[in-house]
Design a protein around this ligand. Structure first.
Ligand code: UGA
Length: 437
């Protein structure tokens, strides 16, 4: 099928390369001309495992092209995906200017029957607004232009695998022919075992926000339990394990630590809360989820202060700057929130990350960046494990200790082997439990 994708960010690009891989003819468009020329040179603008390979393959097999002209991704297409950004506006609501612009572009360039698939995370009601623009601007194509909601469930760092072998694909449609078109589009993925869930549009839009809000809620629940476990002398990981044995609860997303980061949970939670308020329903639970998430970073600052007595003038080494492992993304990374709070208290902060250092430096200019963990530890009074990169499991703690001004490790993800760290002579501060005696 002929597919257009408007927006080549994380979602748009992963969508483009994976649809091209199954044989659809995909044209991706973006207003960022530099990004488009890099993509046509087969260079991805961000790191995502498996991305470059599919980009190369799609371009070589000519199933994938990129254009700076949005018309190329609309005219003559059967499905056009809207994958533009929906950043938070001043009050936390989703800013939908780019979605509106994309809808206007589609109306201007549509040449015939076309399904517009909304993939960006948007508040319920957005699809009907997109449709209103299409009908307003193209009354001649009123019965040929349909909008469907097709939210994504990709996880950064494994987005390509999630998109190639999805467990579920959600399509919200109010029109049978548009739904048929999406069934055909996703046929190859259903053959690979994906469950195609078909709902009305409002349900699909709401379900996406509900999923992300609920995942964030689970994490904040675990972090609240961490605060409580520290006070009660319990072990939050063991508490989560017990909870996880109940299949009604499930173990996933109950890992306490520095809290969630990334571009989705913060933004979606705020937007969901604003949407609820706009619809006349107060949903303060969502606000509380965000508050507990902030508290997780504040608790780490307190722990560091307790370990170092005075933070002012001390050097703190942050291990891991990305918001989670296997990505170079630092948007809303807890490590950077922690760095900012430590700077406020007069600390010097140095960071090391296998992949995200450049992005971290671009966000927090005063952060020192080290080329490896041992340089980061040099002269430091404390190491804080912020992101659970695999390589941190193999650290030589004797060597780290030898380089440091004082041997303190705060494990913000309960990731390190406590006994090994202690055997090397460190004071070890876990999250959500007391250190071993
Ligand atoms: C999230 C969702 O998991 C995806 O399903 C969704 O499609 C995506 O947002 C989106 O809306 O685009 P992502 O932001 O890539 O995906 O990252 P997650 O793997 O969900 O992790 C989010 C954050 O939660 C990370 O900072 C991670 O360290 C933290 N986390 C996760 C915890 O602190 N504890 C846990 O138990 C799990």
């Amino acid at each position: 099928m002929r597919i257009g994708v408007i927006g080549t960010g994380h979602v748009g690009l992963v969508t483009s390369v994976t649809l091209a891989e199954v044989g659809h003819a995909v044209t991706g468009a973006d207003v960022d001309t530099e990004k488009i020329s890099a993509l046509n040179d087969r260079r991805a603008p961000f790191y995502e495992p498996g991305m470059e390979e599919l980009l190369h393959r799609g371009i070589a097999e000519k199933t994938l092209v990129f254009s700076p002209d949005v018309k190329d991704a609309i005219a003559g297409m059967e499905v056009v995906f809207i994958c533009v950004g929906t950043p938070p506006g001043a009050g936390g609501e989703a800013n939908l200017i780019a979605v509106e612009r994309a809808a206007t572009d589609v109306a201007r360039a549509a040449t015939g029957r076309l399904v517009v698939a909304e993939k960006s995370t948007v508040p319920t009601g957005t699809a009907s607004k997109v449709r209103r623009i299409l009908v307003r601007d193209r009354p001649d194509l009123e019965s040929d232009l349909e909008v469907v909601a097709n939210p994504e469930f990709l996880r950064e760092g494994q987005a390509i695998e999630d998109a190639r072998y999805p467990t579920r694909i959600l399509v919200g449609a109010d029109s049978e022919w548009a739904l048929d078109c999406m069934r055909k589009l996703y046929g190859p993925f259903v053959e690979r075992g994906a469950d195609l869930i078909e709902t009305d549009i409002a349900t699909a839009e709401l379900a996406k926000h509900a999923c992300n809000a609920f995942l964030a809620l689970k994490i904040s629940f675990a972090n609240a339990l961490a605060r409580l476990s520290e006070r009660a002398g319990a072990d939050v990981t063991a508490v989560a394990d017990v909870m996880g044995t109940d299949p009604r609860i499930g173990r996933a997303f109950l890992d306490a630590g520095l809290g969630y980061g990334g571009s989705c949970f913060h933004k979606d939670l705020m937007a969901f809360e604003r949407l609820a308020a706009r619809l006349g329903y107060e949903f303060p639970l969502l606000h509380e989820v965000a508050r507990i998430n902030d508290e997780a970073v504040a608790a780490a600052v307190e722990k560091i202060s307790e370990a170092l007595w005075n933070v002012q003038g001390k050097r703190v080494a942050l291990f891991g700057l990305a918001f989670k492992p296997r990505t170079d993304d630092t948007r809303f990374a807890p490590a950077l929130a922690l760095a900012r709070r430590l700077f406020d208290r007069g600390a010097q902060v140095v960071g090391y990350d296998p992949m995200a250092s450049a992005n971290a430096k671009a966000e927090v200019a005063e952060l020192d960046i080290a080329p490896d963990p041992y340089e980061a530890a040099s002269g430091a009074h404390c190491i804080v494990l912020c992101t659970e990169w695999d390589e941190f499991r193999g650290l030589d703690f004797d060597r780290l200790r030898g380089a440091m001004a004082s041997p303190v490790v705060v494990d913000g993800r309960n990731f390190l082997d406590e006994q090994r760290v202690k055997d090397a002579g460190f004071s070890y501060y876990p999250t959500g439990r007391r250190p071993l005696p």
